[in-house]
Design a protein around this ligand. Structure first.
Ligand code: NAD
Ligand code: TYD
Length: 366
């Protein structure tokens, strides 16, 4: 029986991590433990995404939420956190997560995604061994990964858990490496490890460098809508809460040494998705749809741009009993509403490093 009492969430100030903590603390009554969030607050980690959690569950609230600012590569710090909070579960979200950034500057990706993951695993290996050298069996290290480790699909077929790894970007290569390190710690040292490979997420609190939030904000602000290449690349989209309910299912029932694909059964060509988004945002804001359509701008393609991702997630459905709860329509509706009513959050994000980044990379587009 897993303890699930003191969960170390890494990267909890990022998009998926902060939504995960919300799902656990607010919508999962069977979870009665504590969450310790270790985050370095890089450009993608936003303290503004945590204010409500801090208020309700932090020291002034129920005392079930703790924040530790720091780098997962910092062994001394991470070791002290394991001891201080008696960590029995790790849900490892922290990563450099944007493909375009990894193309421009891969180093941080290798450091955080590979060396950072190794550091946490190595600490867990020591922390979870009893004095007689036996590994505890009530603990778990769950490593969050991506479908991008599998490379690119042609017009047909799906990624299964048996698909060989074939990463194409520095981001996906660093995630692939971290997946292998995680599994090697299971096989070599006996750490209880589970792994999940998820398709593209969307939802509230996503940093507006990724396709959906970038397009929502650019539509609202009347800016050009940059489409890479011919716009026919395909992604499978999943609402972030559905990803996180899958992760919670794996924490409870996932078999050690196993990986689980998570997806939305929801493939879209980028350009079709963009037209759909324009329709939704225009209807909600009173913008004239045909005018917004004119701001679509085809731009130079991303180097090594993967053509198509599609997930076979039958294993997690069968073994864990998970299923998506949101349709694309209901998930996008929630997402667009959130961006429309959280201007303060996006303004904060955009006043920082994001603007410098946009200037550097997309200067001619925005
Ligand atoms: P994100 O970029 O929004 O957040 C990453 C978080 O990690 C930030 O809060 C950042 O401050 C923190 N972080 C970065 N480097 C750190 C370090 N060295 N030490 C401590 N904290 C650090 O990312 P996300 O979209 O929430 O993705 C979370 C995880 O899910 C990643 O592992 C990513 O590979 C995986 N994933 C993401 C998607 C997606 O569509 N976003 C899909 C599948 C898998
Ligand atoms: P993104 O959200 O960066 O996720 P990933 O590259 O990890 O799949 O991009 C999703 C798709 O949208 C991808 O095919 C690249 C494309 N894209 C654009 O066409 N324009 C953009 O401005 C961005 C950010 C992405």
């Amino acid at each position: 029986m897993r303890s699930l009492k003191n969960i170390l969430v890494t990267g909890g100030a990022g998009f998926i991590g902060c939504n995960f903590m919300r799902v656990l603390l607010q919508k999962t009554p069977e979870f009665t433990g504590r969450i310790i969030n270790l985050d370095h607050l890089t450009y993608a980690g936003n303290a503004a995404s945590l204010a409500d959690i801090e208020a309700r569950f932090g020291a002034q609230g129920s005392g079930r939420y703790f924040f530790e600012k720091g780098d997962i590569c910092d062994r001394v710090l991470a070791e002290s956190i394991f001891k201080k909070y008696n960590i029995d579960t790790v849900v490892h979200f922290a990563a450099e997560s944007h493909v375009d950034r990894s193309i421009l500057g891969p180093e941080d990706f290798i450091k955080t995604n590979v060396f950072g993951t190794f550091t946490l695993l190595d600490i867990a290996r020591n922390a979870w061994k009893s004095d007689d050298g036996i590994m505890r069996n009530d603990v778990l290290f769950h490593h969050i990964s991506t479908d991008e480790v599998y490379g690119s699909l042609g017009n047909s077929g799906f990624f299964t858990e048996q698909t060989p790894y074939d990463p194409h970007s520095p981001y996906s290569a660093s995630k692939a490496a971290s997946d292998h390190v995680a599994m090697s710690y299971h096989y070599t040292y006996g750490i209880p490890v589970t792994l999940s490979n998820c398709s593209n997420n969307y939802g509230p609190y996503q940093f507006p460098e990724k396709l959906i939030p970038l397009m929502i904000l650019n539509i609202i602000e009347g800016k050009p809508l940059p489409v890479y290449g011919d716009g026919k690349n395909i992604r499978d989209w999943l609402f972030v809460e559905d990803h996180n309910s899958a992760v919670w299912g794996i924490l409870q029932k996932g078999r050690c040494g196993e990986s689980y694909n998570i997806g939305g059964d929801n493939e879209w060509e980028n350009i079709k998705l963009l037209h759909y988004l324009i329709k939704i945002v225009s209807a909600k804001t009173g913008l004239v749809q045909t005018k917004v359509e004119q701001t679509v701008k085809y731009v130079t393609d991303r180097p090594g741009h993967d053509k198509r991702y599609a997930i076979d997630c039958s294993k997690i459905k069968k073994e864990i009993g998970w299923n998506q709860q949101y349709t694309f329509e209901s998930g996008l509706d929630k997402t667009v509403d959130w961006y429309l009513s959280n201007k303060e959050w996006t303004d904060k994000i955009k006043s920082g490093e994001y603007l410098k980044w946009i200037e550097k990379c997309y200067g001619t587009r925005n």
